[in-house]
Design a protein around this ligand. Structure first.
Ligand SMILES: NC(=O)c1ccc[n+]([C@@H]2O[C@H](COP(=O)([O-])OP(=O)(O)OC[C@H]3O[C@@H](n4cnc5c(N)ncnc54)[C@H](O)[C@@H]3O)[C@@H](O)[C@H]2O)c1
Length: 488
């Protein structure tokens, strides 16, 4: 094959206004597939592989042999916009891949994005940059969005899907940080540390041991035994605690932990109850008056999950009556939009001052996952996801795409081409694809769908340049096509 074949076609009405039918880029000019390649003067016309300094292969989990990097074109053409000061680890990783990276510390407004997004193939954001339908309509070359954070509320996922743009985030990179915070809270609650420290700040010496305990031998009840809950389980056992947990799934215990028969059984047995469930209709208000009454007298409640999980007025009553000996709360039903004095007040949550008054209460501003280590892990995870999607087409971990992956094409498979075909999930779509690919040797193929969106990866081998051009054109013209890319 002459030159590269990172080529894509997007059949959205928002194509750039050049009067062309295709919004596409390519370094494989010999194929004459595209109308206006990005950064045209820098296009390599004869390169068959990127310079070795730029072609650091990324690791593909589960494979032993080295994958062939499917980017045999001048990969400096891939332009990535990174906003909101994402981790330098990610910036470095993307630059080492040979991508052109523009890095900015702040968020961009919708107007700024609309003006510039058309220049980029990938964008990395955190929570402040809003990617709206208007932005996606202007994103003629965009392939992938990396949210360097936990949530994706700031992205119009439906608009991204309609444009065939994959969105990735990093929901679990901060699990360890949260689990460690809970360990700190366990110690602080059982030693009434917040109250003693507050008294000392006010000049009061109050040396007491009544109601203060070691953690050793005490029972920790973990509600939700997922990424965070299971990490916490291991750490708590190392402190000498006995761990029981409740989960809607029957999950393998770690260490000597034991799955409780029910939430009620856990509440009645635990000295500390720590919540680690997701926000779902079933978990809204799951800890209210009845559940608090079911807890052991003198027990503690810890919530680092989501603000909606605990009925806080009911918790305040349980603290006032001394049925509970204290609580640590990191997440609230309503949280201030930005840092500042007097932002957490009764106007935001009508019970705020009442909760502030109770003894042995630790309140923190949603910092469970906020560590430099977590930020760095997020950078690596999302950076890797962006590279994998651009270079190999794999969508594992995407929040809006079906998760599709193929084992890598190896160094030996020199004449293989990978087809990445994002399409509408409609009757006849796969038949049309198979009619096109059926004439060739399809080595492997994986397809899946979520709602209206479907994604197919196929590796085909032994094609001539004309065949590649033919496959590309015919796939691009199928009625269901949203985006076609060829990698080789
Ligand atoms: N405080 C913070 O800064 C912070 C940081 C990260 C995550 N979180 C929150 O922590 C929570 C847990 O995160 P995770 O990464 O461990 O999630 P996860 O998805 O890995 O685990 C959640 C577990 O809860 C279980 N579950 C779901 N519904 C349940 C129910 N009704 N009863 C019992 N168990 C139930 C699931 O089966 C799963 O095992 C989430 O709400 C997340 O938003 C908070």
């Amino acid at each position: 094959m002459n030159g590269s074949s990172q080529t894509f076609f997007r059949s959205v009405p928002s194509s750039p206004p050049q009067g062309d039918a295709f919004a596409s880029f390519s370094a494989m000019q010999a194929m004459q597939l595209v109308q206006e390649p990005l950064a045209a003067p820098r296009l390599a016309t004869s390169a068959t592989s990127p310079p070795s300094s730029l072609s650091r292969p990324i690791s593909i989990p589960g494979t032993k042999s080295q994958p062939r990097a499917l980017v045999p074109f001048d990969i400096s053409e891939i332009r990535i916009l990174l906003l909101e000061n994402v981790s330098q680890g990610a910036v470095q990783m993307l630059r080492e891949q040979g991508y052109h990276v523009d890095f900015h510390t702040g968020a961009w407004s919708e107007d700024e994005l609309v003006e510039h997004i058309g220049e980029y193939h990938a964008i990395g954001i955190r929570s402040k940059t809003k990617l709206t339908k208007r932005v996606f309509d202007a994103a003629h070359h965009l392939l992938v969005v990396g949210c360097f954070c936990i949530g994706t509320n700031q992205v119009d996922l439906a608009a991204a899907s309609r444009a065939g743009i994959a969105v990735f985030n990093s929901p679990f990179a901060n699990s360890r940080s949260v689990a460690e915070l809970v360990i700190g809270e366990l110690v602080c609650l059982s030693r009434q540390l917040a109250d003693r420290a507050g008294e000392m700040r006010a000049g009061t010496w109050n040396k007491v041991s009544k109601g203060c305990h070691e953690l050793r031998g005490r029972v920790l009840g973990i509600v939700g035994y997922g990424h965070i809950g299971s990490q916490l389980s291991v750490l708590a056992e190392a402190m000498g605690m006995r761990v029981i947990y409740h989960d809607v799934l029957p999950l393998m215990p770690l260490g000597s932990a034991v799955q409780a028969e029910s939430l009620e059984a856990l509440l009645g047995a635990a000295d500390f109850v720590s919540l680690h469930v997701p926000e779902l209709p079933e978990t809204r208000g799951m800890i209210s008056t009845r559940e608090l009454a079911a807890m052991k007298p003198g027990a503690y409640l810890i919530n680092n999950a989501r603000g909606s999980v605990v009925d806080i007025p009911a918790l305040i009553e349980a603290l006032k009556s001394k049925h509970l000996a204290g609580c640590a709360i990191d997440v609230f039903p309503r949280e201030p939009a930005k840092n500042g004095e007097n932002t957490f007040n009764d106007e935001l949550n009508e019970w705020a001052s009442e909760l502030q008054k109770q003894s042995n209460v630790i309140m923190t501003p949603h910092i469970g996952g906020s560590t430099e280590e977590a930020q760095s892990m997020i950078g690596i995870e999302v950076g890797n996801a962006i590279c994998r999607y651009i270079n190999f087409g794999g969508s594992i971990g995407s929040v809006n795409f079906p998760e599709v992956n193929l084992r890598p094409i190896t160094e030996q498979e020199t004449r293989a081409v990978r087809v990445c075909y994002v399409h509408q999930n409609q009757p006849g779509a796969l038949r049309a694809v198979n009619e096109i690919l059926g004439s060739y040797n399809v080595d492997k193929q994986h397809t899946d769908s979520i709602k209206d969106l479907a994604y197919l990866l196929a590796d085909i081998s032994g094609l001539s340049e004309n065949d590649i051009s033919d496959v590309y054109h015919r796939l691009s013209q199928t009625p269901a096509c949203i985006l076609t890319r060829l990698l080789s």
